[in-house]
Design a protein around this ligand. Sequence first.
Ligand code: PHE
Length: 338
Amino acid sequence: MNESIASIQTDALERIANAADERALEDARVGVLGKKGTLTLAQAGIKDVPKEEKAAFGQSLNAARAAITSALEEKQAALQEVADRKALDGVDVTLPGRPVLTGALHPLTQIRDEAIGILRRMGFALADGPEIEDEFHCFDALNTPADHPARNEKDTFYFDSGKLLRTHTSSVQVRTMESQAPPLRIIAPGSAYRRDEIDATHLSVFNQLEGLYVAEDVSLPDLKGTLEYFLRELFGTTTEVRFRPHFFPFTEPSFEIDVKLQVKGQAPRWIEVAGCGMVDPAVFSAVNAARKDNAFDPEKVTGFAFGMGLDRLAMIRWGIKDIRLLIENDVRFLKQFA
Ligand code: PHE
């Protein structure tokens, strides 16, 4: 190797070896390989080298550059390792990590989604309606006379405009029949409002899931089969279900549905979960009048409707004793459903 290049290389390797930090290493690099670096200047001197020595000189240059470059890289890596070690000083990397808290769906959301899932598999489509309703959709079209207790100011939140907070999701039955023709099969989950005295089983806002099936030849056995299947999907295939005659202005005949269940920590008993019945022809007539046609001809179509309390279903499922827990957002309570 050319002597002057050999000594440049020796100097360079020494500076690199002695560099105590990245800054010193960078200075060393610039001092050798920079614009005015020792090796760069030596390379520029090649023009003065006698022709027959040029090749050997060039090889020496390349060899020196390669050695210096790899020494720079090694030193860089070594300095980095020292820096990494220093950064971890006093940190115990063997300590367990801090778990990241994940959120979870509210129990009401869980039971609602489960109910929707079962009913959608049975062919019910989702429908929706406003929570601020008018008396026509909430009562009149549902065959509910003006003197019915549900329409009482004492039981219902009225606005000065005459509108009201819907007392049940049955108003969505009317709205759906106004905008769609039979056959139709819908469910409508949503909030409902009543001026109830608040206690462990009553809130002034609660959640219902409405269902409506209208077509030719829909019969009472269809209603029974549908709801029995639904409740057994939700609570277990051996769940006993019973239909108790009841009264609703908008269905005839009407029933309340009970399931025999064992709520955690209690003896098995019949628990009411829903109201239902065959759509009263008077409802079809009111809808037809609003639509100004005869799409829901009471001579041709029949239907069933049901409405259940989602809060009630959640309370039964998880043995929740106080409905207020469902709206208080107490993390100690909600955590149990994560
Ligand atoms: N809307 C009724 C209630 O809130 C429930 C119901 C819905 C009954 C549909 C029959 C048919 O109590």
